[in-house]
Write a protein that binds this ligand. Structure first.
Ligand code: WT7
Length: 659
């Protein structure tokens, strides 16, 4: 980690927005940015209320803006009513954009399907009518476990149309993780697919749902709707299971949007925190949609003829905000991709940008780094082999982007003419927080630059006092914003204690370390808790530890991240078995078993890269595992820190074998 920090601090290149970008931008020039910031600061209620009136269509207008009386359980636009799906779809039919392409779907095998806003709305309505006919409605919760598809987007929108709260579970999570979320959220409906197609492989989904529904507490689920994607055989429960095409059959193309209160939970999305159990981040309808669509317009500088491509999966917040809701409300034509960046080869992204004439491309640093590596090994996959001249804006999200990757992205993908917006935000923030504005902010590679208008951020010490420039500290958001997390589903105490510790005097604790430079630019230095970022996916170290210790051979385990040039961090597990330390073939076998176990318990994305065995773990005299020291060992470095507080200093020497 320290080497990355050093390298970001010596980064001094500045890239100015071109005169052309500035002249056409929604927020044009630094003075326009500063004026908006000043407007928001002088009268926040007027600022937010104007945005909410201009950008959203309401069934019942709001009279209140922010209500702080029950802080930190803030509410926004509380007495207003609206429907999210109407704001994403119906509005475009009224604006003369009915026949504009809403989605360009490219399947894993390259087949392309386009739908207009009119067609997408009709599809959403048929699905919504089908869901309604089964007896579900506002107040119910649906778990969605589907591949990237037009269907998953239509299903999420159909839930929003009826006021059902959805909780999407990424297809890379196991049956066990799915079960946990079904029970925690109290879902009465599950929507899935027979299987998903990724990289030429067929990965079953319905089978995982069947397994998840055998566990205790899952009898809350009344119906399972199955989208037939792969045509594979699936087990069938006649009383419970129903095909998506069957519920749509014979349904009308229209469905009245159900007006919901502004604070009605639009979705709950599970994310990892510092304890073993994932937390359900609850988002409100109006505030979330407002910020997701305003940031789509400001940060991506959305124009009517843009073709926008966000490569995230809808199982993560990025897909919620910048595929399904914000960008759709902004009326963008979007590319949706089922597959993976390296299939059939590592030129897939560039080929798709060329094919669909993508103008705005939004992806994760881990993808950029792996494609840099691939293009070195296989020059035919280098972006220079493709016509990427349609691009005018690039984005990055999910983890810090190292300056080398930034500059490669800027030069080789963006042809030196496209601004790169490095957007810092989280599941909890609902939308962008720290990010450049393409027509205003001078760019520094590796910095997510400045807070958006209306957002107030600081870097503070543990006592809540601002730290001087150039010094590391905790990133906090000082004032509430409309798209903020409302609570942790079913656990309000975890919401208050985790995000609003009393020392911070009401500020929201992001959980990231950051520092500011002399220009006030923010540089993110990674998480302060045990959350790991592997290929841009947020995973709880504690969650993986709990999975490991539940294996019959394991006595104790500790999980840490080690820096990895491609994936950001790699998972390293330190394991103490209930038997002597294994070596050679036996160690390899057990490591293999443990990896499969973690894949079953959490998901394939959580498999440890390295497993190191020892007969104990380094602990303080009070019995706390010293993960800080294990991080040094995980990097293959010698521990030079003072280990005198350790109960058992010699223990560090034993983790020599890496399996
Ligand atoms: C964590 C949030 C943002 C949506 C996808 C991830 C890290 C996110 C950046 C960035 C440096 C970043 C932070 C944050 N992160 N974007 N541009 N630069 N770090 O959402 O799964 O909730 O993870 O991702 O550590 O806390 P998430």
């Amino acid at each position: 980690m320290s080497s990355t920090i050093d390298s970001i601090l010596v980064e001094s290149r500045v890239f100015m927005p071109s005169a052309e970008t500035v002249s056409k931008a929604h927020i044009s020039g630094m003075s326009a940015y500063k004026a908006l910031c000043a407007e928001a600061e002088q009268d926040p209620d007027a600022f937010w209320s104007k945005l909410a009136r201009e950008h959203l269509t309401w069934h019942k207008p709001f009279s209140k803006v922010l209500d702080e009386s029950n802080a930190p359980f803030y509410t926004w636009f509380e007495d207003g009513e609206l429907n999210v799906s109407e704001n994403c779809l119906d509005v475009h039919l009224k604006n003369g954009n009915a026949d504009k392409t809403a989605l360009i779907f490219e399947a894993d095998d390259g087949a392309v399907q386009r739908v207009t806003f009119r067609e997408l709305l009709a599809r959403v309505c048929r699905i919504a009518n089908g869901i309604k006919a089964m007896g579900f409605g506002k107040g119910d919760r649906a778990i969605i476990y589907m591949p990237m598809s037009i269907e998953v987007i239509a299903t999420m929108q159909a839930c929003a149309r009826l006021g059902l709260t959805h909780s999407v579970v990424f297809g890379g999570f196991s049956a066990k993780s799915l079960h946990q979320r079904i029970v925690d959220v109290g879902a009465s409906l599950v929507i899935t697919a027979d299987a998903q197609m990724r990289g030429g492989r067929v990965i079953p989904l319905k089978a995982a749902v069947d397994e998840a529904l055998t566990g205790a507490g899952s009898e809350v689920v009344k119906k399972v709707v199955v989208y037939r994607r792969a045509g594979t055989d699936v087990a069938w429960d006649e009383a419970r299971d129903v095909w998506l095409h069957d519920i749509e059959e014979g349904q009308p193309d229209t469905c009245d949007p159900v007006a919901v209160e502004a604070e009605h939970p639009l979705f709950i999305l599970y994310t990892s925190g510092s304890t073993g159990k994932p937390k359900g981040v609850q988002h409100a309808s109006a505030g979330f949609l407002l910020w997701a669509s305003v940031t789509s317009k400001w940060v991506f500088d959305a124009k009517p003829d843009d073709v926008f491509w966000c490569t995230a999966d809808v199982g993560w917040v990025t897909g919620h905000s910048y595929i399904v809701y914000g960008t759709m409300a902004a009326g963008l034509t979007q590319v949706v991709f089922e597959g993976i960046p390296t299939y059939p080869d590592a030129g897939r992204f560039w080929q798709m940008i060329e094919r669909h004439k993508v103008t705005i491309f939004y992806t994760a640093p881990t993808a950029i780094r792996s494609l840099i590596k691939a293009s070195q090994a296989h020059p035919e996959t280098h972006p220079e082999r493709y016509d990427l001249s349609s691009l005018r804006l690039l984005g990055s999200v999910g983890e810090p982007i190292n300056p080398e990757a930034w500059v490669w992205y800027y030069n080789n993908v963006g042809g030196g003419r496209c601004p790169v917006v490095d957007t810092w935000w989280q599941t909890e923030t609902g939308g962008h927080i720290l990010t450049p504005l393409p027509g205003a902010t001078p760019l520094k590679p590796g910095s997510c630059t400045l807070p958006l208008p209306g957002i107030s951020t600081s870097v503070v010490d543990e006592a809540g006092n601002e730290v001087p420039e150039g010094r590391g500290g905790l990133l906090v958001i000082n004032r509430p914003w409309p798209a903020m997390i409302r609570t942790v589903w079913g656990d309000p105490d975890r919401f208050t204690s985790g995000y609003f510790p009393p020392e911070l005097k009401g500020a929201y604790l992001a959980g990231d370390n950051a520092q500011r430079d002399k220009d006030g630019y923010y540089w993110i230095m990674g998480r302060t808790d045990d959350v790991l970022s592997v290929s841009g996916h947020r995973l709880g170290g504690t969650e993986i530890e709990s999975a490991l210790v539940s294996h019959e051979l394991v006595a104790e385990a500790a999980v840490v991240g080690r820096p990895d040039a491609t994936t950001g961090e790699a998972i390293v597990a330190f394991v103490m078995l209930k038997r002597p330390v294994p070596e050679g073939k036996e160690a390899e076998d057990i490591a293999g078993q443990l990896r499969d176990w973690v894949a079953r318990e959490v998901g394939v994305i959580a498999k440890p890269r390295d497993i190191r065995f020892g007969n104990n773990l380094p602990k303080t005299r009070s019995g706390k595992i010293m993960r800080r020291l294990l991080r040094v060992v995980a990097e293959g470095k010698e521990v030079l820190q003072d280990v005198s507080t350790l109960e058992n200093p010699d223990v560090l020497k034993q983790f020599t074998g890496v399996y």
